[in-house]
Design a protein around this ligand. Sequence first.
Ligand code: UDX
Length: 441
Amino acid sequence: MRISVIGCGYLGAVHAAAMASLGHEVVGIEVDAHKAASLSAGNAPFFEPGLPEILREGVASGRLAFSTDMGDAAGAKVHFVCVGTPQKPGEFAADLTQVEQSFTMLLPHLAEGDVVVGKSTVPVGTAEALAVRLTSIGATLIWNPEFLREGFAVQDTLHPDRLVYGLPTDDTGTSTEAGEKARQALDEVYSVTLSEGTPLVVTDYATAQLVKVAANSFLATKISFINAMSELCEVTGADVTRLADAIGYDVRIGRQFLNAGLGFGGGCLPKDIRAFMARAGELGVDQALSFLREVDAINMRRRVRMVDLAREMCNGSIAGLNIAVLGAAFKPLSDDIRDSPALSVAAQMQLQGARVTVTDPQAIDNARRKWPELRFAPTALEAAEGADVVLLATEWAEYRELDPVSLGKVVRERRMLDGRNVLDPTVWRGADWTYRALGRP
Ligand code: UDX
């Protein structure tokens, strides 16, 4: 199948390479010439395990190419729209400029019978409006949200938990003939994945668009729920990690996404719950999502609480102290620093007069560009040199496995703040460290 992928950022680059690895002929269209050139040379412009391999293999096989010219999308049967929908500055709503522009630029290159597949996360109602623009050409829109996690993006694309198709429907809610035809083309694209027994939910546009934001809202709520419990644990002397284990054994609850700590960040959960609230307001049902305001507030409180905890540990002030922050990425296995809790706390500590040194196995370059006022060190041991406090902010495996004795030799004061509840307090206290964490006694 000949495929085009419009927008080769995080989602698009992975999707294009993954589709080529399934045997399709793929062209990725990317407006950023630098990014397109890097991808064409088989180099991933960001860190994602497994991506460099399938990217290089695709380019070498001749099945995968990248271009800055939308005209190169002509001739493809299925066109995936994978552009970003960031939060509008100063507002909760999503900025749909890139989606609008990519449609406008793609339209002249579409042929009758083409299928356009929307993968970007959009406010419900967007697909319906976009579909109208395709009717005169005889092309059909399917909404097919993406659920990939950074760090596992290749695996999540090739072996997703489920596929969701939002098809055009008639007045009775039945999918149209054109919709059914388009569905066959998409089934062909995903034939390998479908043959593995991946569940497929076929529905209408509105449901398909809502599935994505509902899933992300649920995940964000789960994290903020356990972080709210963490606030209770902090004032009662209870241990949130044991509490999470205990409630997580209930299969109706499940242990995943119950890791209390600095909370969620990244390019998806924070902006998606805010855009969802904004959309609910436009639809006149803002009350239905008012709980998400609380989810967001609990999440942001964790960052403030972490700085307070550092002050508590240091007799009321961190001014003039050296603080090592382990982690800059919003989560491990990623170099993404968008809305990173680690960097937000590091910057706040610096504002309060501390000398902050940040380290990260992958995200230092990105972090330095965005936060030039912070200091950076290549390794945990170097960042911790002379530190009065060490804050574990992103739970990379190498930080979880740090040896308290070796680290204890380079710091000035043995104070460990475990922002992700991943260290064993007994081990660290046994090595003469003062250990504090969010939600643990
Ligand atoms: C998320 C969704 O998981 C994915 O399905 C969607 O397509 C995009 O958004 P991602 O942003 O890559 O994926 O990260 P995720 O693994 O969900 O983690 C999000 C944030 O939550 C991270 O900052 C992480 O540290 C935090 N988190 C996660 C917790 O604080 N506690 C947890 O228990 C789990």
